[in-house]
Design a protein around this ligand. Structure first.
Ligand SMILES: Cc1ncc(COP(=O)(O)O)c(C=O)c1O
Length: 409
């Protein structure tokens, strides 16, 4: 700002006193604009990244001992945001504890959102991300839903690329293994008022993970749930906010006690299918018009727009071998299709597993059997479920060329 004033001075001095007076409002306007520019909150910038490497590197666990989300890599990304100053210098620091004021908004009102994505190592040793732009866009949408700040998606992707390269030893190379990444944003204003947080922290931690199904698929049994709801119109079902998950844990424990692995979340008077556990839901059947059709519930605000969901829709539409629909599905339709032997396959879809085949649904005191592979009575997944899994896996590990697989260079 002072540089601006001094650059303007000769100009003003040279002008006649009356002209200088007339110029004053213009000058004042310039000054105000310069002040505003100087005070503009900083954008997130990968160019500013500072890296402090750990002095105590850990040894990754042997692959057969990996448990999802239990062990973490050596470093983490941390970047703070302040309403006045914007995004601070992004840092990669040794993985460690966060020090936060106990009054921080996140601890009281759950102002938190997160992402789940993976880094894969291909046969040539290249590190790949799968559609990171979709995770970044979703994190921004989730943050905005909680009145938290947005960030430049490309910049965070660049920072994550640098991070996964630094954490290379933590990415197992075998197919099915990966480094699970958990970008998270929390509201850190030290205040108990319910309102938009003037401070936030964005961090990314990483956990090496093995395949969801270690020895081939294991189909799951679902408990259809309409007493507890995961999401509702006008709620936050389409955002990846922590507040969506905490209330699902108790019903999930109850379902497990009854012998079901996952909940099929229903909604509304017609028991519409919404999601399976923390996965999007797909039904493959012969519809009432006699056409083969893959159906998933539409993004009506209650469904998380899954990256895997979008990829499955994109792939199968490209194959063009059967009808692919995003539309509401009711349990009555599923029961009817099952009775009429039109139900072919059902599966959940998400980053953790890609696809999770479904073998049964407990609904209204009855167990409805979902077919797996009619050609193979011992199979744990149907042919379409398997094909989708193999195709996405192939893309993630760079074996099938696709713009969805982004190399961290
Ligand atoms: C509620 C919910 N639905 C669906 C998904 C699947 O989303 P994605 O394919 O992006 O992992 C997830 C996992 O992130 C989820 O938590």
């Amino acid at each position: 700002m002072s540089r601006f004033v001094s650059s303007m001075r000769p100009l003003l001095m040279a002008a006649a006193p009356s002209a200088a007076r007339a110029a004053r409002p213009v000058f004042a306007r310039h000054l105000a604009a310069a002040a505003a520019a100087a005070a503009k909150p900083a954008e997130l910038s990968a160019a500013k990244l500072e890296i402090t490497k750990t002095t105590k590197p850990k040894t990754p666990l042997p692959h057969n001992e990996l448990v999802f989300g239990r062990s973490f890599s050596d470093h983490m990304i941390v970047v703070e945001w302040d309403q006045q100053t914007g995004w601070s210098t992004p840092k990669i620091t040794p993985y460690g504890k966060l020090q936060l004021d106990p009054s921080c908004t996140v601890f009281h009102y759950g102002v938190e959102c997160f992402e789940g994505m993976k880094a894969y190592k291909d046969k040539a040793g290249k590190i790949r991300l799968f559609r990171p732009d979709m995770n970044m866009a979703r994190l921004n949408r989730s943050a905005l839903r909680l009145a938290m700040p947005s960030f430049d998606q490309k910049e965070l992707t660049e920072i994550i690329k640098k991070f996964v390269k630094l954490e290379e030893k933590w990415i197992p190379q075998e197919k099915g293994y990966s480094l699970y990444l958990r970008p998270t944003m929390i509201a850190t204003q030290p205040s108990l008022g319910v309102g938009p947080s003037s401070r936030a922290m964005l961090f990314v931690i990483a956990s090496p993970v093995g395949p969801y199904f270690k020895s081939g698929f294991t189909a799951v049994s679902l408990l259809a749930q309409s007493s507890y709801l995961r999401a509702w119109p006008g709620g936050t079902g389409d955002a990846k906010v922590g507040g969506n998950y905490a209330p699902t844990i108790m019903p999930q424990v109850e379902a497990n006690k009854k012998g079901y692995q996952q909940i099929l979340w229903l909604f509304g008077p017609n028991d519409e299918l919404t999601e399976v556990g923390t996965m999007n839901c797909f039904v493959y059947w012969v519809n009432e018009q006699g056409e083969k059709e893959l159906v998933t519930p539409p993004l009506d605000g209650t469904i998380l727009p899954g990256v895997t969901r979008d990829s499955i829709l994109g792939l199968t539409r490209k194959w063009g071998e059967f009808k692919v629909s995003e539309r509401k599905l009711t349990m009555a339709e599923i029961v009817k299709a099952s009775n009429e032997k039109r139900l072919l396959e059902m599966f959940g879809a998400g980053t953790a597993c890609i696809v999770s085949p479904i073998k049964a649904i407990h609904y209204q005191d009855k167990d409805l059997v979902v077919p797996l592979d009619p050609a193979n009575p011992t199979a744990q997944a149907g042919p379409l479920t398997k094909r989708i899994n193999e195709t996405i896996l192939g893309i993630q590990y760079g074996e099938i060329p696709s713009e969805w697989s982004v190399v961290a260079e």
